[in-house]
Write a protein that binds this ligand. Structure first.
Ligand SMILES: C[S@@+](CC[C@H](N)C(=O)[O-])C[C@H]1O[C@@H](n2cnc3c(N)ncnc32)[C@H](O)[C@@H]1O
Length: 286
């Protein structure tokens, strides 16, 4: 109870500063020594009061008039464990995730709850023809291929041959390789050649998870390939929260932030930004 009481008194901005401090303490340590010391102590207390430990109860991010009194919670490690315990991850996906955990870049893989959402969207759409940009070792593409009908097809595009080998092995193991058309190459080139071959408006679903700075170009090409009513999902739209931090202006963050802003004004699609994993935007072509 004590921690819940502390959490409810911790404001959203204090919580954000506490998170900033946890993720980048060096930013605060670069202050003049006296200012740094007092800020260090205050922020240390904040992180403790905001109960960011693994056993923390969910922190209420918003519940005042600004947010129409709607209560919005953050996900703590304990709550995330609970969410994961409610994901029906097929054993073959679990096996792939566990094998990939020791590989370089494993943090790039979508999370089990994200993969489940992608598979769910494909099922709701009744999708038969799908595209994925950025396969890595195949976790998200396998999640999609597993729910495609036998006649379905997923174009899976990846520039790295080594990770593609793992993906192909798992498509075989899962018995879905006949549904996956693997394209080894640069995503934009693959999409352009699909358009040149007359495949416009013939796809139901696309998932974008390749080079983040190319998102706008991928999106324009995919809009040509996806039918009206089809869905394009873009991953990493929150970019570890950096898109909302005006002090972060590296090229990738700025590019994702600009893309999000452009998408917001794009009347060709309806959109929903979902705070799952590192953030996904779901777009439906109008
Ligand atoms: C975030 S990972 C994809 C993770 C994958 N969706 C999963 O859930 O396992 C991004 C992948 O995109 C690939 N990639 C990056 N730029 C690319 C490009 N221009 N064309 C094709 N693949 C690219 C990288 O090699 C990497 O494997």
């Amino acid at each position: 109870m004590a921690s819940i009481f502390a959490i409810s008194r911790c404001s959203a901005s204090a919580y954000q500063r506490a998170i900033d401090y946890q993720s980048r303490p060096q930013r605060f340590h670069s202050l003049s020594s006296r200012a740094a010391k007092s800020r260090f102590i205050r922020l240390n207390n904040l992180t403790r009061n905001c109960s960011l430990s693994s056993n923390a109860a969910p922190f209420i991010v918003a519940d005042d008039e600004k947010y129409s009194n709607k209560q919005v919670i953050s996900i703590t490690p304990r709550l995330y464990d609970y969410i994961l315990a409610n994901v029906r991850e097929p054993p073959i996906l679990r096996q792939l995730r566990e094998e990939t955990a020791n590989m370089r870049g494993s943090q790039m893989q979508v999370s089990p709850d994200q993969a489940q959402l992608l598979a769910m969207l494909v099922q709701i759409l009744g999708a038969e023809r799908c595209i994925e940009l950025g396969v890595y070792t195949g976790y998200s593409s396998l999640a999609v291929a597993l729910v495609l009908p036998e006649s379905g097809c997923l174009v899976a595009c990846e520039r790295d041959a080594r990770s593609l080998e793992v993906a192909k092995r798992y498509y075989e193991l899962a018995g879905v390789s006949h549904k996956v058309s693997v394209k080894h190459g640069l995503a934009a080139d693959v999409l352009k050649s699909m358009i040149s071959s007359g495949e416009t408006c013939s796809y139901d679903f696309a998932f974008v998870d390749a080079e983040k700075r190319m998102n706008q170009e991928y999106f324009e090409l995919l809009l040509q390939l996806v039918r009206v009513g089809g869905v394009i999902v873009i991953d990493n739209v929150l970019w570890h929260g950096k898109v909302a931090d005006p002090l972060v202006n590296d090229a990738k963050t700025v590019s994702i932030r600009n893309f999000n802003q452009t998408l917001m004004a794009d009347k060709r699609v309806s959109t929903s930004m979902v705070p799952i994993g590192d953030g996904m935007t779901i777009c439906r072509k109008q």
